[in-house]
Design a protein. Structure first.
Length: 158
């Protein structure tokens, strides 16, 4: 089974336990879905601020601007499927809490919803999804919508 390390390095700790609890619930839900329930390994989710994600974006993507989410897979999709080591870190997702808060306002959704969306997007990148080609974008978007919709349904039934 997949496990998650949640790390909040954001300067703004407001609502921290609520957001971290919700992200953990989303991850637990995600890791029990049929497509991924047999995977093993650990993922790191790190919440940071714009200044930190800008540095990462510059270093790894040569883009000198903040972004909302960055994913760093450490194994290929095939290697993840074959992995039997529960403690092996298979990837990291960095989310700018600053950018997520701004985007949530712009999109008229809660910060919670935006963090969920970004986290699922990052998780799918770790597992080999991409959106460079239109066909891949549509497949990834369909999977994001499926996961977030199913998670929302489960939360509503609690």
């Amino acid at each position: 089974m997949l496990s998650l390390n949640l790390i909040n390095q954001s300067f703004n700790k407001e609502g921290e336990s609520f957001y971290l609890d919700n992200l953990q619930k989303l991850f637990d839900f995600f890791s029990k879905l049929n497509e991924w329930k047999n995977l093993k390994g650990t993922m790191n989710l790190i919440l940071i601020d714009d200044s930190e994600i800008k540095k990462l974006n510059k270093e790894y993507r040569d883009k000198d601007t903040p972004t909302d989410v960055l994913s760093f897979p450490y194994l290929s999709g095939e290697e993840i499927i074959k992995n039997q080591d529960h403690e092996l870190v298979i990837g990291e997702v960095f989310i700018s809490k600053t950018r997520a808060r701004e985007d949530a306002k712009e999109f008229g959704i809660s910060l919670d919803e935006e963090l969920n969306k970004l986290f699922v997007h990052g998780l799918l990148h770790i597992l080999g999804y991409d959106h460079i080609e239109e066909e891949d974008f549509l497949e990834m978007k369909k999977m994001e919508d499926y996961i977030l919709g199913a998670f929302q349904e489960e939360k509503s039934s609690e």
